[in-house]
Design a protein around this ligand. Structure first.
Ligand SMILES: [Zn+2]
Length: 278
């Protein structure tokens, strides 16, 4: 089992061990990696998500109004510089975000190795390639926007992924990553019980912090523009236990939320980057 950091090759340090894996952190770039014998991240993730999505492909291809508004806000935010062009969603699933993007005149592309069946469904203005990004063969500088929600924690070589994104973005193009934040207060509070730590069940093979993104972006000449985090909860600490205290704790968590966001300690991390114009 290799214990060198896959991003910067530094020696990693073991933080804790579970039945599943040895969780090791890189002191240089802050990447946290569960190391396990016999782990094949791509095969594991394709298996988990093909089964998950194929079961409900017909329902997930329908965008409900609440989700459509959420996606609309995202597209409005990324469109501060350009409101149409080529849009890529990595880990696109059945392509719900792509539907909303296409309706707003974006040329919408998706890449997802678990989405063979979604890719075969032809829809106007949407192209889904059922492969990992590095195998899609997109042209240099093709995309105005690249979006990767819940992707970074699933890929074995995240530096290679960011390098490919840097290649296919046009100068001035925008990249948005969203991923579980292991440096959040929630994660620190509950330690190894944090629900995002699921190797064989969830396919989460690596965790990034703001420091990791800074390292990755500078490795590939991307500029880090904005960091946001949200959500504070202690539910993993609390478990499923019913208690009158539970509601009070929940309210306290909600009161703490603005501080969590202000100090970038929320458990969902969003990072905005840009490929500098030449
Ligand atoms: Zn590292």
């Amino acid at each position: 089992m290799t214990t060198a950091c896959p991003i910067c090759t530094s020696d990693t340090v073991s933080l804790w061990k579970t039945d599943e894996a040895d969780y090791r952190r890189c002191p240089k770039c802050d990447y946290l990696k569960p190391c396990a014998t016999g782990l094949k991240p791509l095969e594991l993730n394709v298996q988990i998500y093909t089964e998950k999505f194929d079961e409900r492909l017909s329902t997930v291809s329908v965008v409900d109004p609440k989700r459509a508004r959420k996606y609309g806000r995202l597209l409005a935010a990324v469109a501060s510089r350009r409101s149409t062009g080529n849009f890529l969603d990595i880990g696109c699933g059945a392509g719900r975000l792509l539907q909303v993007a296409a309706a707003r005149q974006w040329q919408a592309f998706g890449a997802d190795p678990a989405m063979t069946n979604a890719a075969s469904q032809k829809r106007d203005g949407i192209t889904i390639v059922p492969r990992v990004l590095q195998e899609c063969g997109f042209e240099d500088g093709f995309f105005d926007v690249v979006h990767a929600n819940e992707v970074a924690e699933h890929v074995p070589d995240v530096s290679d992924l960011v390098g490919e994104i840097a290649r296919i973005l046009r100068p001035g193009g925008v990249v948005v990553f969203r991923t579980p934040h292991y440096r959040s207060w929630s994660a620190r509070l509950v330690g190894s019980r944090w629900r995002q730590y699921g190797l064989w069940g969830k396919g989460h093979v690596g965790f990034l912090s703001v420091k990791t993104f800074r390292y990755l972006f500078s490795q590939h000449s991307l500029r880090l523009n904005r960091v946001e985090t949200q959500h504070f909860s202690v539910r993993d600490w609390w478990g499923e236990k019913r208690s009158p205290l539970r509601r009070i704790v929940h309210r306290v968590c909600r009161l703490v939320e603005p501080i969590v966001r202000l100090t970038h300690n929320g458990e969902r991390l969003t990072v905005w980057g840009e490929k500098p114009s030449a």
